[in-house]
Design a protein around this ligand. Structure first.
Ligand code: PRP
Length: 205
């Protein structure tokens, strides 16, 4: 059985569609229930529905053999996994944003609110800019509005959230998209099915 970690939510729906399109369907997934594990014994696959930011943890520890995760999460957590394929969707970028009127005062440390402290530290270290990180878990855009931070480092997809909160992008930190990842030892022991999946997915994307 190949265990596949799917990120719950919009990205996961798209990933499941892709996998079912190459023959690894599991119709029970579309049903309205609270199950987290779905098996298709005949196809030899089992899907695990996990929080998007946890996919790489399941794969790194071998609880899942493969999974799909955003490049943003890989950059932040640096998991010990193989990154096999850029699926080309879930495209967005990690960016520095602030109030439209913001200008940097380089005499002071920059207060940065983010869900991505590691990416943020590495980005500003390379710019030699002193920062203070304010780690948040969501609604990051509130921080500069309330004066909790000067800027944010966050995901920008359509730009709607920034626009509706009178914020603008000031620089791009890194592009991101959905990646197929594999556990390192599963990739050795289940190489045939994993390679088949990679080849079929490549044809589809
Ligand atoms: C993400 C991100 C931004 C928003 C960007 O938030 O943190 O807030 O999406 O998308 P947009 O550019 O298309 O508007 P998410 O929906 O994950 O919720 P969160 O605030 O809980 O992080």
């Amino acid at each position: 059985m190949l265990n596949i970690a799917l990120p719950k939510g919009r990205l996961g729906d798209k990933v499941y569609e892709l996998f079912s399109g190459i023959g690894y369907d599991c119709p029970e997934i579309g049903e309205d229930n609270r199950k987290l594990v779905f098996e298709n014994a005949e196809k030899g696959v089992s899907y695990l529905l996990v929080k998007p930011s946890d996919v790489a943890i399941y794969v790194e520890h071998g609880a899942a053999d493969i999974g799909v995760v955003g490049k943003d999460v890989i950059l932040e957590t640096n998991p010990d996994i193989y990154e096999l394929l850029d699926l080309g969707f879930g495209k967005c970028r990690l960016a520095v944003a602030a109030k439209n009127s913001w200008s940097d005062n380089t005499a002071l440390p920059l207060r940065v609110a983010t869900k991505y402290p590691n990416v943020t530290k590495a980005y500003y270290a390379q710019l030699n800019r002193q920062i203070e990180i304010i780690k948040l878990n969501g609604s990051i855009e509130l921080a500069p509005i309330l004066g909790l931070s000067d800027v944010i480092v966050d995901i920008v997809e359509t730009g709607t959230t920034l626009k509706e909160n009178n914020l603008s992008v000031f620089s791009t930190v890194a592009p991101s998209s959905a990646r197929l990842i594999a556990n390192k030892s599963a990739y050795q022991f289940k190489s045939k099915i994993i390679d088949d999946i990679c080849r079929e997915l490549e044809k589809k994307i």
